[in-house]
Design a protein around this ligand. Structure first.
Ligand code: PMT
Length: 404
């Protein structure tokens, strides 16, 4: 898929710069022609010689180090690139790109480039959440810059939080998505729901579930890379949503219902990966519930099934539901597919290690009206998302647009 593609890999000065070597190697193995541009600070973390050896091309650091008198390097590189990837992208590199600075080889090349740009940020969580960085990311997303979100885990600074560079495999997957699948969902409006709903009991207590939002966010990110216009309706999540998508925040199942049905008619594809509460409190106490007696009985009532409502109102939308099961997967998945009028159901056995809630991986089986369509092994949620969207895009193309 990447054979013969010219990719500039910009490596900036963070500890994750060492992962740039693995990324470079994977891109070269996939057939890409890789030109490395390092910032001065990146050379403190990893040597240019490593990257020159892996890329089999000279490494650029200094704008004025012109080796070929026939060309101006930053313009020549920018003109011949199919894609520029910045991984890791520090807060400083992101700020320079947002501000249009051109004070080193990488920023100058970026300013001269007209090809797409993919940014993989990596930094301390507080830096990543700083309003200045958030603003810069939003600005870049609005300009069409694509992102591979950082992962959550142990950061070099000691924090366990969001900010670590996405794994090189995931960055390659995003790059392949762009080249191989880029445009497959162009012009499509995609609605993804993610996270868990919160059903209030009183001002400080609520019923919720373990959904982190990672599965839905991976689907939103992958859809964006495939050219779709993506809206996310997100409940309670433990990670930040991907840059570049419109995000509508909700709390309860009722609010999710309102948000989703309000925009449903304008959507081409809807993927309901959110974990929605099936029950809510009959009465939400205005005051904090007081301790009284040894037992407390809560009276709950059914929430509206959002997916079922969408299924009943379906016009031309391609509707995908999820099913979180612990037994008899095929039976329950097919039952949900038929009852909720879905085009596909993605079933995950949430009792399996590596599947379902919270982690970075999932094990899913996808069902269509004909039965089992695809059974996937343990994959990262990003890989699951790409496979799912490939399947949806294929079905839409086959049906001439509406998946029927
Ligand atoms: O967010 P993560 O931590 O990454 O975890 C991912 C996940 C486990 C939440 C995800 O993979 C998943 O399985 N999502 C669906 C969870 C769920 O609510 O499953 P369900 O079998 O109870 O519901 C079936 C479908 O109906 C789902 O598409 C759900 O969004 C929808 N539903 C359910 C109840 C309701 N009131 N309204 C709904 O729309």
């Amino acid at each position: 898929m990447l054979k013969g593609k010219s990719i500039i890999l910009g490596i900036t000065g963070g500890i994750a710069a060492y992962k740039g070597a693995a990324l470079c190697s994977k891109l070269v193995q996939a057939g890409a022609i890789v030109h490395i541009i390092m910032t001065e600070s990146a050379t403190r973390f990893i040597t240019p010689l490593t990257l020159q050896t892996l890329s089999r091309n000279p490494v650029y650091i200094d704008t004025f180090d012109e080796r070929d008198p026939a060309v101006v390097s930053h313009i020549h590189l920018a003109d011949h690139a199919d894609l520029i990837v910045i991984a890791p992208a520090t807060a400083n590199a992101i700020a320079k790109l947002a501000g249009g600075h051109a004070d080193d080889m990488l920023s100058t090349t970026l300013l001269a480039a007209t090809c797409p740009v993919l940014v993989a940020p990596a930094m301390n969580v507080h830096m990543y959440e700083h309003p200045a960085v958030v603003n810069n990311l939003e600005l870049l997303a609005a300009r069409g810059v694509m992102f591979v979100e950082p992962g959550t885990g142990q950061l070099a600074c000691g924090y366990v939080a969001k900010g670590r560079l996405a794994e090189p495999e995931d960055i390659v997957l995003a790059i392949e998505s762009w080249f191989g699948r880029g445009g497959k969902l162009k012009g499509k409006r995609v609605l993804v729901t993610a996270g868990g709903t919160m059903e209030r009991l009183d001002p400080v207590r609520y019923l919720t579930n373990d959904s982190s939002g990672k599965m839905g966010f991976a689907i939103a990110e992958a859809a964006l890379l495939m050219g779709a216009d993506v809206t996310l309706v997100a409940g309670r999540t433990s990670v930040a949503p991907p840059a570049g998508v419109k995000v509508i925040r909700v709390e309860s199942a009722e609010q999710m219902l309102e948000a989703v049905t309000g925009i449903y008619d304008d959507m081409d594809i809807v993927v309901k990966s959110a974990a929605v509460a099936d029950y809510r409190a009959v009465q939400i106490s205005g005051q904090k519930l007081k301790k009284s007696g040894e037992k407390l009985v809560l009276e709950l009532e059914r929430t509206t099934d959002i997916l079922e409502t969408l299924g009943q109102r379906k016009q031309n939308q391609f509707l995908v539901g999820f099913a979180a099961e612990t037994e008899d997967i095929d039976h329950y998945a097919m039952d949900k597919l038929r009852r909720k009028h879905c085009d596909l159901i993605v079933a995950n056995d949430v009792s399996l290690d590596g599947a379902g809630f919270n982690g970075d991986t999932n094990i899913v089986q996808i069902f269509g009206s004909e039965g089992l369509v695809e059974a996937m092994p343990l994959l990262s949620k990003r890989e699951v998302a790409v496979h799912l969207l490939e399947l949806i895009a294929g079905r839409l193309a086959y049906s001439g647009g509406n998946g029927k």
